[in-house]
Design a protein around this ligand. Sequence first.
Ligand SMILES: Cc1cc2nc3c(=O)[nH]c(=O)nc-3n(C[C@H](O)[C@H](O)[C@H](O)COP(=O)(O)O)c2cc1C
Length: 159
Amino acid sequence: MNTLIVYATKYGCTENCVKDLAKKLTGKVVYFNLKSGNAPDLSQYDKIIVGGSIYIGRIQKEVSDFCSKNLDGLKTKKTGFFICCMRDGAIAESELNDAFPKELLAAAAAKDCFGGEFIFSKMNFLDKLIVKKVSKINKDTSNILTENINSFASIMNKA
Ligand SMILES: Cc1cc2nc3c(=O)[nH]c(=O)nc-3n(C[C@H](O)[C@H](O)[C@H](O)COP(=O)(O)O)c2cc1C
């Protein structure tokens, strides 16, 4: 079974989660950053995983564009969808549900939030300002949910 993971990241958190997930998946795994160009041909893969991070309530445009462009193709695959974000509980769940087309989420084998991180030294000036103002957090914080990555991998391996 071949798996393709496509993702978008701004400061590298999603990419680190993708690398961790890839290690836990069985079979051949290829991952591709959507910000680096057009995704590989989906027909080569049995399973497709799509992920990205949330900024002001929304997933990156590259991720939503990929989903709308490949809506029909994705419906024929075993799929998984995830987000990286710093909110938790019901807000994170609603961010996840808003990030991908409903019909894709309804047919997905796995969907989850992998948590997130604030690393101030990586952020641009505006992002630092927004995070400090909105979240009231002003020091590096990591909240990666490894147990969610593990269970996502296990579901995708059985799909
Ligand atoms: C400017 C800014 C806005 C953000 N807005 C949200 C948000 O609306 N909801 C949320 O859950 N997380 C939010 N986050 C947290 C990011 O989703 C989190 O930092 C994530 O780990 C970033 O992943 P990336 O490095 O792969 O882009 C925000 C972060 C920044 C810097």
